[in-house]
Design a protein around this ligand. Sequence first.
Ligand SMILES: Cc1cc2nc3c(=O)[nH]c(=O)nc-3n(C[C@H](O)[C@H](O)[C@H](O)COP(=O)(O)OP(=O)(O)OC[C@H]3O[C@@H](n4cnc5c(N)ncnc54)[C@H](O)[C@@H]3O)c2cc1C
Length: 388
Amino acid sequence: MRTQVCIIGGGPSGLLLARMLHNDGIEAIVLERHDRDHVLARIRAGVLEWSSVETLDRAGVGRRMHAEGTPHGGTYLSAQNRGFRVDYEALTGKRVMVYGQTEVTHDLYDAMDAEGTPVLHGVAGVTIGNPDSDAPFVTFRHQGADRRIDCDWIAGCDGYHGVSRDTIPANVLKTFEKIYPFGWLGVLSETPPVSHELIYANHERGFALCSQRNAMLSRYYLQVALDDQIEAWSDTRFWDELRRRIPEQAADSLVTGPSIEKSIAPLRSFVAEPMRWGRLCLVGDAAHIVPPTGAKGLNLAVGDVHYLHDALTRAYAGDPAAIDRYSETALVRVWKAIRFSWWMTSVLHKFPGQTPFEQRIQEAEINLLEVSDTAKANLAENYVGLPF
Ligand SMILES: Cc1cc2nc3c(=O)[nH]c(=O)nc-3n(C[C@H](O)[C@H](O)[C@H](O)COP(=O)(O)OP(=O)(O)OC[C@H]3O[C@@H](n4cnc5c(N)ncnc54)[C@H](O)[C@@H]3O)c2cc1C
């Protein structure tokens, strides 16, 4: 087989890149390890920056998002059960859109089915050949047969555990990592959200987040120890603990119900540099991971797709040097989001062994956000998303 861009990974970054390339007449084939139902069942991100909304619009997949998503003009922050609002819209003129990653992926699959872009599901043993030459290729097994795709470019959109990043030689690849000493226990429930906007809560018992997917689907998180077992968290224990950590008014109006998904995720910050080696370009989680506190993971993936799509269309239009700038351009924005996510995580979580001094510093940071419009504006600018 032959194509112009071979995309490894059928998550949001791989599908969006394929869609945007297709719109510009550039051929792509997407290779995905899992079947479609598996990809669509993954409960992950839920908050889109406005630049992501606009990118999805430009890609022609924004119709359902605008009909069913919920724009949020602000968020609540609380410390020790007392909260205040950060008005993103007043501070930046921008909002964010609450619309689940699952739905974004769904919309992209629908668009690709309609246009006929091939997505090969259930591929195994993906290997990248000659990425540092002008004739790269990808080999894999699909439906019992060994296959090979020759291409001009390879987009490594295969997430943190994919094969693309490891293809870059160790003497070229630099990685930067911070592992946080706690995880997030997430619960999805078919209940109305406790607040019409998100609530981020700092509490001496640990961080909590009240998030949502739609009017009848709530997503709540609790900071838990890394060695906590999911079996130890009955629904009752989860709801009781959540009530303790959020503002009293919210706790009183919290509607609880059976969890329909419950999982514990570790938190880490990770960046791999460079994001391009020869004809292989890394995109999204394949190149970087953020703790979910700043709601940046999916948005960073969209940002990378924006830059790579731009570089590839320029390259096909006769400006091959555009690709040379991809890694550097994307990384400048990535590091700012890494910083913001680290800062949100540092300010809002209870760290093991946190000293009274560190506790007071956290309280001062949150108080500063409450009283200073400058501090609020800084948070708001980063949360709604820095420009591409
Ligand atoms: C449990 C969890 C919760 C999250 N919650 C949030 C959140 O609340 N907010 C937020 O902003 N972000 C969140 N994220 C991050 C967000 O989901 C990711 O940043 C986003 O999915 C990145 O998209 P991607 O397409 O780059 O990678 P992925 O979504 O990881 O997609 C990669 C795809 O590549 C496929 N693949 C992997 N290896 C291969 C291979 N060898 N061959 C072929 N295909 C392969 C995978 O099956 C997958 O479909 C969460 C992530 C996880 C894991």
